[in-house]
Each structure stands twice: as C-alpha cells, then as structure tokens.
Design a protein around this ligand. Structure first.
Ligand code: FAD
Length: 474
C-alpha cells in the first residue's frame, strides 16, 4: 500500500499531477528527493540556484510533515539509491513526473528499468507543462519549430484545472524510517555542505507559499501593465517567478487559472493585451521545453547547420571582460553586474548581453550559455538554450539574423540610465546621454573605475556580417 513519489522539478504538494495520482494509487504516500552527484558535479551549476532549491526542499519537507508523511532525502545516484530505498520499504510503486531534458530522460529510463527488475512498478506523468510534448503538433503531426504557429495552436487548446493538494498522506512508521536511513536516507544538507557558497540574498524567495504569494500579487496588479513595463530593466514590471517555474514550485494549471481570472478583471484593452502577453511568455517556456524534448541535439550546438562551423573568436580576455561587466558598454556591464551580484538578470538585458557577446565580441554563444547557467537562479536548459540560440540567430527563429545595437537598446529601454547607474554606481555622476550611448568621453572616465569600450560596435558589426556571409558558402 506504500507509494513513493520522486520529486525532481516539481517541489510542491499542490496541483501536482504525479503526486495527486500517487494518492489515488496507495493508501500511504511518501516523498523522496535525490541529490544526484551527476548533476551537482556538472560545470553548469549556480550556487544561488542550489541554495534556492534547498530552500524549496526545506519547505517541501514541512509540507509533508503537515500531511503526516515524510520527504526522504537521498544523496546518491538515483539508479542505485531509489531501487534500494523502494526495496527496503517494500514500496509497491514509484511515481514521478516526466522531464524534457536529455539527461533526465536517460536517467529516468535507467531508474525505471532498475525498479522493474526489482519487481517494483513505475508510473509517470506530465506535470510541468500545460500541454505535453506530442499534444501540440502541426497539421502533418510534426513538432513545431517556430513559435507563432505553436502559440496559435497551444492557446486554442483546453487547459486542465488545478489539482487538489496532498493531504493525510500517512507516512512511514518508526521502523520503516530506520530502514530508510539504513539505505541512505538522511537530512537535507546546506548549500555550503554541498560545496556551494552564495552569501547574497536570493533574488526569489524559496518555497511554495512564497511563490503563491508572489503570483497572487502579480495577478492583482502588475500583470495588467506587463506589456508596457516588461521591457524596462529599471522597473519591477515582470513576475519574478522564473526560479519557481524552473523547479516546479507552482503548478502550471494554477498559474493558468489565475491568468484567466485576471482576464475577467481587465478594465481596458491594454490590460487584456498585457494578460495575453504574459500568457505568451508561459507559452514560450512550453515551446522551448517541447523543442528540447523533440530536438535534444539543441543542447549540444546550433540548430541551424550554417552555424556549425562559424569561426568564433577564442578570445578569453574579451570573454572575461564580458563576464565581469568590464566591456566599456554601460548597459552590457550593468546587466552582467546584476547577474553576478543577484543571480538574476532582466529579460531585456539577457537579450542585449547575449547579442553583444556573440555579435560584438564574436565569442561562441555556448560560452555565454554556460556562464548564465553558472550564475542564474532560474538557469534552465530549455529556456536558456532557447534564449541563447535565439540571440545568436542559430535557433528556431524565422528571422535570419538579429544584431542588437547596445546604444539604441539603452536609449530605448533605460532612457534615464537608471538601471545603468544602479549597477554601475561608479558612473553615477556621468551624464545620461553618455551612459546610454556608451560614448563616454575619455576625460569623463578619469579617476573612475571603468574601462573604455573594448571593441567598436560598428566595426565589429561589419566584421561579423562578413564572417556570416562566408558561412553561407561553406
Ligand atoms: P516574466 O516576464 O514574468 O515571465 C513569466 C515566466 O514566463 C518566466 O518566469 C518564465 O518561466 C517564462 N518565460 C518568460 N520569458 C521566457 C522566454 N523568453 N523563454 C522561456 N520562458 C520564458 N528563463 C529561464 O527561466 N531560465 C533561463 O535560464 C533563461 N535564460 C535565458 C537566456 C537568454 C539569453 C534569454 C534571452 C532569456 C532567458 N530566459 C530564461 C527567459 C527570460 O529572460 C526569463 O524567463 C525571465 O527574465 C524571468 O523573469 P520573470 O519570471 O520575471 O519573467
């Protein structure tokens, strides 16, 4: 009668498809989470993200305790640890929600086989998306590779309602807990205990309760002005829920239902348009997860063949200057400082710095992709890879080539240089027109800890286009 529910990127007890089904399958449900050394030792892990995840796990443990059950923590390879635990507890079945990432898919196959060899059943579900991969296909039954038709189809489909929360799960007896401990179930470590140091406050508060509150606040007011405000990095105009989406702290059905309720409270066309625009962002998230599921090769390199042999520069100094926010382009540097100091960066700035790295510094986007993963609290393979391939023009974007001009971007989206001054306080007293154009006269920089531009945008743009033209013929 014991069902084990394996949490991965669904660290919540409410509106959880797999967990709700687990409750139907057995009279007792116990949660488990596996700290997988194969993930923790990767070179694309951000300390802020680990700290956020552990905070969420702590909240999840409390939620299980309130439902009279336990969340067991394992710290080993899932293919070994989970069958051992399930066997030690005589569990009948192990349940989990599926994932689109290539690593997760192969890990899940291995765990599933190992469990079945031990005579333990496996049941899996789709939970993290409103529409699972395979549910949204073109007329010829193929996955979409372009967002707009995907959105048209996706937005037309009926969405499922939120599911009830876990309650009265009836967990393990003292003897069973002891048996679980014998096969490795232990307490939740700290981020430092795992070797990750993050001293700054987290940009998003961990846990289901905090994420729900944040969502409630957002759908009360900011959502109605999202279209107008979302592109201005100095303004707090977006939801700030990306880490919650990444780790499944909110059920997507709950989020969707909240957007529908917000639609009902719209007092103007602009407000309606704003809610729709936010819904489109949710669909971007799903689009990138679908394409990662169907085209796992995206994780390895450019989608468009033309980019396969692009002669990227190997200039480590330039890359380092970009990482540290010392390129001499204030909007780019401000954004990188926001990332380095807080673990989050505004979407507009993610596009600006990605374009700058690839089109101005002509450095391989994959270096930037990895750096983002090493720093973002919301770092997520599908969304990050999607964002980088889009910015490089190597991905699933109908427009052949995009090049951002950092000066026009800053003039348009940070016209008073408020964001620039916030993250580059050494430039506080420099005239706004110099900050937004990036053309600070050398004498203005005297005595300020700020570099002159390391490249010339116009020149680099020309050079980049030449390289791009050459790849056409190769
Ligand atoms: P809101 O604007 O309020 O959007 C709500 C939610 O929709 C987000 O939390 C996110 O889950 C989803 N979303 C919004 N925009 C996108 C998008 N373009 N693609 C996919 N999902 C989106 N997002 C990540 O979650 N993880 C990443 O690692 C990531 N890397 C990125 C890298 C680049 C180069 C670019 C251009 C974008 C990246 N994004 C990534 C997308 C986007 O920047 C963030 O989702 C957004 O800034 C998160 O802030 P928010 O929650 O306030 O977003």
């Amino acid at each position: 009668d014991l069902v084990l529910f394996w949490h991965r990127r669904d660290l919540r007890i409410s509106d959880n498809v797999g967990l709700a089904s687990a409750q139907q399958l057995g009279s007792r449900v116990v949660g488990l989470f596996c700290l997988d050394p194969d993930i923790l030792q990767r070179d694309d892990i951000a300390p802020a993200r680990i700290k956020y995840m552990l905070g969420c796990l702590q909240h999840l443990q409390q939620a299980y305790a309130q439902a009279n059950s336990q969340l067991l923590i394992l710290h080993d390879r899932p293919s070994q640890a989970i069958p051992d635990l399930a066997t030690a507890l005589n569990a009948e079945i192990v349940v989990w929600n599926r994932d689109v990432e290539p690593y997760a898919k192969s890990r899940d196959r291995t765990v599933s086989e190992a469990l079945q060899q031990s005579g333990i059943a496996v049941q899996t579900y789709w939970d993290r998306l409103l529409h699972a991969p395979g549910d949204i296909l073109t007329g010829s039954q193929n996955p979409y590779t372009v967002y707009t038709p995907f959105w048209k189809n996706w937005s037309r489909q009926q969405k499922a309602d939120p599911l009830p929360s876990l309650e009265k799960a009836r967990g393990l007896t003292a003897a069973e807990l002891e048996a679980a401990e014998k096969v490795g179930a232990g307490s939740l470590p700290s981020a430092e205990g795992l070797g990750f140091v993050w001293d700054a406050p987290l940009p998003q508060e961990p846990g289901e309760i905090a994420a729900r509150e944040k969502l409630n606040q957002f759908v009360e007011s900011a959502i109605f002005k999202y279209s107008e405000r979302r592109n201005f990095p100095a303004v707090d105009g977006t939801a700030g829920l990306s880490a919650a989406f990444k780790f499944g702290i909110l059920g997507v059905r709950t989020v969707w239902a909240q957007t529908i309720a917000a639609e009902g409270r719209c007092y103007s066309d602009e407000a309606r348009d704003s809610v729709r625009t936010w819904q489109q962002e949710l669909a971007w998230r799903e689009f990138y997860e679908h394409v990662m599921y169907f085209f796992p090769e995206l994780a390895e390199g450019p989608y468009r063949p033309r980019w396969q042999n692009f002669p990227w520069s190997d200039d480590r100094d330039r890359f380092q200057a970009w990482c540290e926010g010392r390129t001499g382009y204030p909007i780019v540097d401000a954004a990188m400082c926001q990332l380095n100091q807080t673990g989050w960066m505004h979407n507009r700035c993610r596009m600006i710095v990605a374009s700058f790295l690839t089109k101005d510094l002509i450095v391989n986007w994959q270096w930037g992709e990895q750096y983002f993963m090493q720093h973002l609290v919301d770092g997520d393979l599908s969304a990050n890879n999607g964002g980088w391939q889009w910015s490089t023009s190597s991905g699933m974007d109908p427009k052949p080539l995009r090049i951002f001009n950092p000066a026009s971007q800053a003039q348009k989206y940070d016209p008073e240089a408020e964001y620039i001054r916030r993250w580059l306080p050494q430039l506080k007293s420099v005239d706004t027109k110099y900050l937004v154009t990036g053309q600070i006269p050398p004498e203005e920089l005297d005595g300020l800890d700020y570099p002159a531009p390391i490249v010339d945008h116009k020149q680099q743009q020309r050079y980049f286009k030449e390289l791009y033209q050459q790849t056409k013929t190769t």
